[in-house]
Design a protein around this ligand. Sequence first.
Ligand code: ADP
Length: 463
Amino acid sequence: MPETSELSAAAGHRFDTVLIANRGEIAVRIQRACRELGLKTVAICSEADREAPYGSTADSLLCIGPSSAAKSYLNQDAILLAASLAGAGAIHPGYGFLSENAAFASAAEKAGLVFIGPTASSIAIMGDKISAKRAMMAAGVPCVPGPDTALPDDPATIERIALEIGYPVIIKAAGGGGGRGMRVVPKADVLHEAIALTREEARKAFGSPSLYMEKFLEHPRHIEIQVICDDHGNAVWLGHRDCSMQRRHQKVVEEAPAAGIVPDIIQPVGMACVQACLQIGYRGVGTFEFLYEDGAFYFIEMNTRLQVEHPVTEMTSGVDIVQAQIRAAQGHVLDLAQGDVTCDGHSFECRINAEDPETFLPSAGVVTHLALPTGRGIRVDTHIHAGYKVSPYYDSLIAKLIVHAPTRAEAMARMREALAGTEVEGISTNIPFLRALFEDGAFAQGETDIHYLEQWLKLRRAA
Ligand code: ADP
């Protein structure tokens, strides 16, 4: 017999139609999970996406506004109206757009819809980096040295905090995101100027001047932990990923598991993440992001949504993360215990972007020819086809190439093969750059830090 709490939660969260408040590859991915769970899907599109194939594979499609994201995919009222018109019982926000918007999660729930994600209050706690850090410290998650409070105005107190932490320090906006609102301070004489500039930026970009300070780590790796939780006090972590291959703080290649991280060192961190989830009453999927340097982990932020790189964990854990997320939102008890979680083999993901491989400027236009790789251990998540028009309005991600093999070296070889078999013509893509990266010796060795890719690019340009 299911527990009473399961019955009531399941009854309260019941839905059979999901509106997917997103576009592109993630809209396709979520539709697939919904169909496999026997759920109907409602797609939304902007005018620029009217002909997009993800619209025709959904059970219904509603155009919600003009091409600009601000007037369509970010238009909360239009999306809620579409959900009501289409008879949807739930909203899946995907990633980006409104996925970490606490006001939207709350408005959806007020409109009687299930928001497929955590509660608005969990999103709000984690959306403010200072309150997130405080919650993590309280749960025993290791954090970057520095206070879990906002910087005061008094210059002398600020100077004292920086000295206590030790230079170099980094000034970060509490409401920052997307790699913006941060400034490294190498030494004391530029401290106040850096604070003034970051405060102004934070006020303009994030609507809050609140800043905090922490130690700047000079050669860390970016390692993250995937969690999944239900509404009944169950939470597990599904292993770790390395997302250190970044350009301008944007991830380019991700892998699972992170190379060279032994179970003894990651186990307590994973369990602390689970503890933090239980402590804040977290529901659904989430990612704890850490910097990892000299054998120690330092929490930097939690993403309260599905992530672009979730497939590498799906490949190694065997768990369908999107289905698990939807089932958690339906009020089901997690059907996975920590002891059931395994990590099989190694997986890489390459983000294929419509951009110039040298300048990285976005490249819009019509895809005149498309060939995608197939075969054992190869997965492609995409929304494009030959004849597809890549719009200049949105993110340049056009496909994710994912491979899985027994070892890291075999997975790298499989990715080389998969990249060799990927042809996109009519627009520029970063495929040539990815092919070169997968030939790189240091990357093949593993354990490169977050600065490696930028340095590698610099050297290539100079050569
Ligand atoms: P955002 O929410 O904008 O993505 P994060 O806090 O996740 O901001 O940081 C983004 C990136 O900035 C990290 O992946 C890392 O490269 C760098 N970074 C952030 N904090 C630090 C730190 N304390 N030391 C060194 N690098 C940092």
